[in-house]
Write a protein that binds this ligand. Sequence first.
Ligand SMILES: *Cc1c(COP(=O)(O)O)cnc(C)c1O
Length: 464
Amino acid sequence: MNPAELQVVSEEPPQQSAQEEPPHRHGTRRAALWADVPDAQWNDWRWQLSHRLNSLEELSQIINLTPEEVEGCRSAHFRVDITPYFASLIDPDDPNCPIRRQVIPTGRELTAFAGMYEDSLNEDGHSPVPGLVHRYPDRVLMLVTTQCASYCRYCTRSRIVGDAAAQFSRSDYDRQIEYIAATPQIRDVLLSGGDPLVLPPKILEDILRRLRAIEHVEIIRLGSRVPVFMPQRITPELVAMLRQFHPLWLNIHFNHAQELTPEVSQALGLLADAGIPLGAQTVLLAGVNDSVEVMKELVHKLVRNRVRPYYLYQCDLVEGAGHFRTTVSKGIEIIEGLRGHTSGYAIPTYVVDAPGGGGKIPVMPQYLISQAPGKVVLRNFEGFITTYDEPNDYSGHTVARPEHAAADDEPDQPGVYGLLAGQRSHIKPEGFDRTHARLGSVTWDPAPLTMTVAPVNGNGKHRI
Ligand SMILES: *Cc1c(COP(=O)(O)O)cnc(C)c1O
């Protein structure tokens, strides 16, 4: 992809409607504490960042804190910081307010639970250089900052996020970018953190420019919650900077329809008008969005704002998040309540990010209910049961593997697909051979059973 081609679109002037009317006039009610703040300050993201609430005293000026929240504020292990804008969305008198539950700590955060980890996704174990997580064959997660505009109580990366002493430096970026440049199989770089959109604009631009200069990096993605916590940050200048680096995608963390205020809609409009494809990532949270009705309202509002729901995550097994966890069946029930009932565009993929570093595993209701040679039995969202007759003369279509695809190979990781493609006959868990090498027995070596036959899938190997 030639980025120069895509820059042609950037010649139209940035949308100016943002200047015509200060967004709060038709937008979010400010908490009384900030009633006298001039609009120019309220709408300035730097003002929002420097006036964040983080102490019990500050929070109790705008919220009637419960004893459990007071305990949480006094003893939280994980940083508290909330922008005045986001704090204004909190219902001061409702302890169950879904906005409030995401950012105000409670004493329940301190409760340990079975299966709890510090780094539940084993990201550190997949980091070839600090801050770079290379978990999948062709893409990397690049952590560029530990700072966010506000802090989510269930943060999956609370082991590093929010710690002002654990910042990434210029030399960390250098090493991350060097690794990417030296690893041609990486075609997709996902910037996250922390939140990349709180970086000083020049630093973010420099990282994007250096990534864009790497020929094999096809797409760049940002993962951010800034549009939700601080829509003031999405200025025409920021958007003009981002659009230079197309193809650039943005995934935004949304959990509840109440987060889609007029200010946020306007920010999303600016981003979408700049040709940035927008996705949403949502964490399934007990007491916040664990119902079909809440989730349906959220996904409908997202697609109306040109945001495509991408992932719905099962809450990770991370310290502080125990009380936010739901059963997996709740997530399946939510997908059951969406699929078929609403636009396919509005339905995210529900995933469990596997503890121990297995990566994202999609989970969904079972629609394939039986099968026999030549026939599958399926059910739809209404419970209508049907059969699909498969062709009995289908033999598949194979295409020679293109030269450049060799760079994508991870020889040790053919996956379950490798079983289907005949590259392997089985996958063994670690320690399997040791367990089964009982006294005197030999380990079965499948290699002698492999013979070469006419090329299939370009690899020439078939099992007999
Ligand atoms: C989620 C994630 C990605 C991106 O996964 P996609 O399914 O391509 O969105 C990449 N690396 C890591 C470590 C991740 O956790």
